[in-house]
Ligand binder design. Structure first.
Ligand SMILES: [Zn+2]
Length: 479
């Protein structure tokens, strides 16, 4: 079947995408090939990290590519909340504002707090205006595709590298839609363990143990779907042949999968190949620039388990304003923001905000934060060469830890003790100095980078923090 492609619109949008920024050679054509000739499933919930690896595009550029393509309307962004155990896409949202703090998987009966680090995943699907794919209308999918491709992540694997969907399929006894007012009958053999019936549409579930001591044949189970649940005739099950009558008296379609789970298979946490996490997306400058209106709803915020936070400030800025006047000083401070912003982006961080003369930036890895700090001192040393006196004098601090992502004053911001401490650690620094916390210093990659620098350990009492904290001062080699 020919793909349902809107040639004219696709051409227009690709031209727009090409102009959006300077791309590496052939990056756009690699996306174009996917949009034109990929099968329907390959255009559904595309993982940009995986796409980058397969097409030999850096992760950073692949993420930018998908973000720009979304901004101009080639793709839609999906925020998915994954069940850590089975990899079910428990919920999928079109925007950040509908993402909430809890994951509940009906199938695993598992509730977990969703952190932006791991089980909030961002993927991209082709816009139906560009190309129509069957996954835009899940109601029209076969029940197999609805379960094993639309719902469950094909990428979730258990120990030994076995995919969860393959385990499920190997244990599956029956799978079917049950249309409104339809009654269906299934017959199969069951063995010792559990019989689980589950409907991915409504979350209705039936679980019963199966005994092996007495083998029984001609067992008959009847299930009726009612008020979002399966009501049963409450029989006890033994290994043997089983007939199940299942009835859907409602006017909406339901579905059911029957699994015979042996007792030796236990639940475990699935592992996923690298994907674009919520944390990584919020630390993308491109995301922050292109999707300024994205907000986190509610007062709860979303947890980030581990984020590196960098603060800068200027030394002697009052004297600077006094000496050269507000207008000139403002222009200088602005130029210095731009220079530092470039360094932050070079190390894959994002500027969260500026506060007066200060910058707050975030990084995924502490080593990126430390390298950015070192790069900043170097950048500002060069910057000052253009002036007769040393106009801009930087003081930098880096700390890492858990944080809460929130929307404050229409901006995606971070909140919590880690942010407070990062700011206090910055407060220890004097001219051309970087202070980092013990947590940052203990990262192996950070230590490797710091081998060639003069690092001084000390203890500091930070305002508002009970215990003294171990901190490290780095003096740049350049200055
Ligand atoms: Zn689950």
């Amino acid at each position: 079947m020919e793909p349902k492609l809107n040639e004219k619109l696709l051409d227009e949008k690709l031209t727009e995408l090409e102009k959006a920024k300077q791309w590496s050679p052939r990056v756009i054509s690699k996306l174009e090939t996917l949009l034109r000739s990929g099968d329907d499933f390959s255009l559904f919930r595309v993982n940009p990290v995986k796409f980058g690896t397969e097409k030999n595009i850096s992760e950073h550029e692949a993420i930018d590519l998908f973000l720009y393509a979304t901004k101009i309307g080639l793709l839609h962004m999906n925020w998915e909340m994954l069940c850590p155990s089975c990899g079910d896409v428990v919920s999928s949202f079109r925007s950040l504002k509908t993402v909430h703090a809890h994951v509940f998987c009906n199938l695993c009966q598992l509730e977990k707090e969703a952190s932006l680090d791991d089980f909030i995943c961002i993927s991209f699907t082709v816009s139906p205006l560009i190309r129509q794919i069957s996954y835009h209308n899940p109601g029209q999918l076969s029940v197999e595709d609805f379960y094993f491709k639309y719902h469950l992540s094909a990428d979730a694997t258990y120990s030994g590298g076995v995919r969860f969907v393959d385990i499920l399929q190997s244990l599956m006894k029956a799978l079917s839609y049950i249309e409104p007012r339809e009654k269906k009958t299934f017959s199969f053999d069951v063995t010792n363990g559990w019989l689980i019936g589950y409907d991915f549409i409504t979350g209705a579930m039936y679980v019963n143990g199966i005994k092996e001591n007495v083998e029984k044949n001609n067992q008959s189970l009847s299930l009726q779907f009612s008020n979002g649940k399966f009501e049963s005739n409450e029989i006890s099950l033994s290994a043997g042949t089983l007939t199940i009558d299942i009835e859907n008296p409602t006017d909406k379609r339901i579905s059911v999968i029957f699994i015979n789970k042996p007792p030796e298979i236990s639940d475990e946490n699935a592992t996923f190949p690298p994907f674009l996490t919520g944390k990584k997306l919020l630390t993308s400058q491109t995301f922050r620039d292109l999707f300024r209106t994205e907000v986190i709803q509610g007062t709860e915020g979303l947890t980030v388990k581990d984020l590196t936070i960098l603060f800068t400030d200027l030394k002697g800025s009052t004297a600077l304003y006094d000496r050269i006047g507000d207008l000139k000083a403002f222009s200088l401070v602005h130029q210095h923001f731009e220079s530092l912003g470039k360094v932050i982006n070079r190390f894959e961080g994002a500027t969260v905000k500026t506060i007066g003369d200060a910058i707050m930036a975030t990084f995924i890895k502490p080593v990126d934060g430390v390298q950015a700090a070192l790069g900043m001192l170097e950048e500002i040393a060069n910057f000052n060469k253009g002036f007769s006196s040393k106009e801009i004098i930087l003081k930098i601090g880096v700390h890492k830890g858990p944080s809460i992502a929130v929307t404050l004053n229409d901006r995606l911001d971070y909140f919590g003790q880690t942010v407070n401490i990062a700011s206090r650690v910055q407060g220890l620094a004097d001219a051309d100095e970087i202070y980092i916390s013990d947590d940052v210093y203990n990262d192996k990659a950070v230590r490797d980078v710091l081998k060639q620098y003069n690092v001084e350990e000390s203890k500091a009492k930070l305002r508002g923090i009970e215990d003294e904290m171990k901190v490290y001062k780095i003096a740049s080699n350049q200055v």
